[in-house]
Design a protein around this ligand. Structure first.
Ligand code: 1CP
Length: 344
């Protein structure tokens, strides 16, 4: 980790308020950029892109070549973990990910001991990014949180209600706990290795923290994220961590208090007044513009972006979307948003 003071985004995650919020954009490298599609076409497939440092570095830096963003995020995916564990993971062109769903009987195929070796190219990508990046830019590593990764491992693909994982957790609590233990342990190793390779901060993507009752939320979201953070900080003291529990709603304060994240990412359905009321006055937030406002641009985007900046002006704030940027986003709208956030 290099000097915090030189990196406005890292400093904000660590609790320092800035006169203008720093900005990065979730899923900033990817399909809305023609240069990404060009690099993707040169690869042998999406996972090959993630595991080829030359290409992954190129793709990670593409958004920073166009826009004055304050951070680069490692180009990879949350599903490299099931792949590294030995589960079959495919990314069909133009579709989402497809996994061979796990069952109680097939849990035993998972091989935690091979994860770090399998993911060595990801660490190499971070080492090279660290060397290349300007000193003012924050380098973000990440992993999927255990519940979110488990929804794909059990359901085989993204689903609107995560029913496969919710049913599995209710019907087979012991097998489910075993799976979560594996994911917690490998995530600690994986994130530790990302810091050693040069990440300044990591984000825990809990993209499917929706649709859980409070008991399940405490058990499947709060507790595993807390265990990852405790485990990680035993190895990397004070490791800077952003948690993004999408859909946490009324559970956001419990999540923040129990997990120990430095900053919480808010989805776009979270009202600014609710967040300000629920969170401690000096606690940092990231977010939370609706990605579809970025598709439409103009006043629909600008007015809301200003409301968000004003709404969180009293606390550390990293500007971001409230979920990932979508492929149909016009590039000129991204340029305008970055300009507005940085200059007003
Ligand atoms: O065909 C292609 O080129 C693949 C499209 C793509 C890309 C560009 C996928 C498949 N993943 C990614 C990159 C990615 N994914 C990054 C890289 C860096 C960046 O942010 O720029 C990151 C951080 C992710 C994280 C990720 N993958 C999440 C969490 C964030 C979120 O958006 O909720 C999730 C849920 C995934 C799974 C995944 N991988 C890819 C897709 C299309 C999906 C979502 C599938 C679904 O709908 O459930």
């Amino acid at each position: 980790m290099s000097a915090v003071a030189d990196k406005p985004l890292l400093a904000t995650v660590l609790g320092q308020r800035q006169s203008r919020p720093p900005i990065w954009i979730m899923r900033q490298a990817g399909r809305y950029l023609p240069e990404y599609r060009e690099t993707r076409a040169r690869s042998k497939g999406f996972l090959d892109l993630c595991y080829t440092p030359d290409l992954a570095v190129e793709v990670s830096l593409q958004p920073l070549a166009r826009f004055d963003l304050d951070a680069a995020i490692l180009f990879s995916d949350i599903l490299v973990i099931p792949d590294a564990l030995g589960q079959s993971v495919r990314f069909a062109e133009g579709e989402g990910p497809l996994l061979e769903p796990l069952s109680v009987e097939t849990l035993g195929i998972l091989r935690p001991e091979r994860v770090l070796d399998h993911l060595a190219p990801v660490f190499e990508t971070l080492v090279r990014l660290r060397r290349t990046l300007d000193g003012s830019k924050t380098l973000i590593g990440f992993c999927g949180s255990p519940w979110t990764v488990a929804t794909y491992m059990l359901g085989g693909k993204g689903s609107p209600d995560q029913a496969a994982a919710r049913l599995f957790a209710l019907k087979h609590p012991q097998a489910f706990a075993q799976l979560m233990d594996i994911l917690v342990d490998v995530s600690v190793d994986y994130l530790e290795a990302q810091f050693i390779a040069g990440a300044d901060v990591v984000q825990l993507f809990e993209s499917w923290a929706l649709n859980l009752d409070e008991v399940a939320f405490a058990r499947h979201v709060i507790e595993p994220n807390r265990r990852i953070i405790v485990g990680l900080r035993q190895r990397i003291p004070n490791a800077p961590i952003i948690g993004f529990p999408r859909g946490a709603a009324g559970m956001v304060r419990s999540y923040v208090d129990a997990t120990g994240v430095n900053m919480v990412g808010l989805d776009y359905a979270t009202p600014l007044s609710f967040a300000n009321g629920a969170l401690p006055a000096d606690f940092g937030v990231q977010g939370n513009l609706d990605p579809l406002r970025l598709v439409v641009g103009g006043e629909q985007m600008e007015q809301r972006a200003r409301e968000i900046i004003d709404g969180f002006a009293g606390r550390p704030h990293v500007f971001n979307l409230g979920h990932g940027i979508v492929p149909q986003t016009p590039i000129e709208n991204v340029a305008r948003l970055v300009d507005l956030v940085k200059k007003g």
